[in-house]
Ligand binder design. Structure first.
Ligand SMILES: Cc1cc2nc3c(=O)[nH]c(=O)nc-3n(C[C@H](O)[C@H](O)[C@H](O)COP(=O)(O)O)c2cc1C
Length: 216
């Protein structure tokens, strides 16, 4: 008899394997919007989040701010030795132009690949002890990374977490600039999140970034 958690993992893994991977071209990030000063002043953890989930254009800007390329082969966030250990995922409950599901961001070409069905509630809600505001959020960006791309041991892990923090701040500032509510949360079973989402071996979840409309 397969334990329930293993069965879930198996299902997601099968889904990942079975679905044809067709990257979605994201709209180019606009050249200008709110000033950095405005975004810095507005950044705050918002846990009261309402739908609808970010549109394709909003998701595009948020993903780009965290891990997009701002010159050939180099990203908005700094990277130790430019090894780029980070992988950014999006779990969304869906908006009119971006269907619900689990997506993987491809910085090269600024594309998004849909890898599985699901929503924050169905995917993240399956993790024991998940915080309510995270599973109830319209969307959750999942900052993950593979430290082995940098090296071995705690030094590589520290650098990966450092880089994840820098990238997360970019996303949080972009959310503030767009007038969206957002936060970062690492006080959950991040290993269970990686298992539930069926992330590749060696890819660790660093933090979760719930995003939505600010609930009045
Ligand atoms: C590494 C890290 C982990 C965090 N984990 C959680 C968390 O698990 N749940 C939560 O509600 N907030 C979490 N937060 C958000 C903090 O509670 C929040 O940043 C702090 O209360 C300060 O509020 P502010 O972000 O509005 O300035 C985390 C923040 C950081 C930097």
């Amino acid at each position: 008899m397969i334990p329930f958690r293993s069965a879930c993992f198996l299902c997601v893994a099968l889904l990942l394997g079975a679905q044809e991977v067709v990257p979605l071209n994201l709209p180019a990030p606009p050249a200008g919007s709110a000033t950095l000063q405005t975004a810095l002043r507005a950044r705050a953890t918002v846990r009261a989040l309402a739908g609808p989930a970010p549109s394709l254009a909003e998701a595009s800007q948020l993903l780009w701010a965290a891990q997009g390329e701002n010159r050939p082969g180099r990203r908005v966030a700094p990277s130790a030795h430019a090894k780029h250990p980070l992988e950014l995922y999006l779990v969304t409950s869906g908006s009119p132009d971006l269907a619900a599901g689990l997506y993987h961001y491809l910085p090269s070409g600024h594309r998004l690949t849909r890898v599985a069905d699901g929503t924050p509630r169905t995917l993240l809600g399956a993790v024991k002890g998940m915080q309510a505001w995270i599973q109830e959020a319209p969307s959750v960006f999942v900052m993950a990374g593979d430290p082995s791309r940098i090296g071995e041991g705690s030094a590589a892990l520290n650098l990966t977490y450092y880089e994840g923090g820098a990238a997360a701040q970019g996303l949080l500032l972009q959310a503030a600039a767009l007038g969206l509510g957002a936060g970062t949360a690492a006080g959950v079973d991040l290993e269970a999140v990686a298992r539930t989402l069926g992330l590749p071996k060696g890819t660790q979840v660093l933090t979760l970034l719930p995003v939505g409309r600010v609930r009045p």
